[in-house]
Design a protein. Structure first.
Length: 163
């Protein structure tokens, strides 16, 4: 027969294990859905472009399908040349890993530099998954301004689908 002390220790250990495992559990990522259509990609891009123009920000906008293949791209006049590929890579990061590219940036800022070893990761704000009906159909990537501004434009693009 177990003593009350043994049962209490076992219960405390179980609570600790559940707490530790829960603290490190990854959020559930949306499942892949059908690939984004060109029409939908253009609508997302237009939403992002409107936000960029409203703020007089020159950026590149890339829309990829749910597996990171480029579907739509535009580069605003006088956007810095380095932004051209960065927007595509931010979008690919979000599509391949089904999360905002900012999550990787935040992990690195928190000291988790091993993130840099993941293939295909561009750890800079500005890439967001495009979710429709609970499934990821593609991603948007923006580059040309600060990471926070790029993220703001990407969000406006994704939000354009609900309008």
């Amino acid at each position: 027969m177990h003593s009350m002390k043994s049962i209490t220790h076992a219960a405390c250990a179980l609570v600790l294990v559940v707490f530790v495992v829960g603290a490190y559990a990854q959020p559930v990522r949306p499942p892949y859905g059908p690939a984004i259509t060109l029409e939908t990609a253009k609508k997302v891009a237009a939403g992002g472009a409107a936000e960029a123009k409203k703020n007089s920000w020159n950026v590149t906008i890339a829309i990829v399908d749910n597996h990171g293949m480029l579907i739509y791209y535009e580069m605003m006049d006088d956007t810095q040349t380095g932004a051209a590929n960065a927007s595509i890579e931010k979008a690919r990061t979000s599509a391949l890993y089904r999360r905002p590219s900012k999550e990787f940036e935040d992990n690195i800022a928190g000291g988790r530099n091993s993130i840099l070893g993941l293939p295909g990761v561009t750890p800079i704000d500005g890439g967001l998954p495009i979710i429709v009906g609970g499934k990821m159909i593609g991603a948007i990537g923006i580059s040309g301004m600060s990471g926070a501004q790029d993220g703001q434009i990407a969000k406006a693009g994704v939000d354009a689908l609900s309008k």
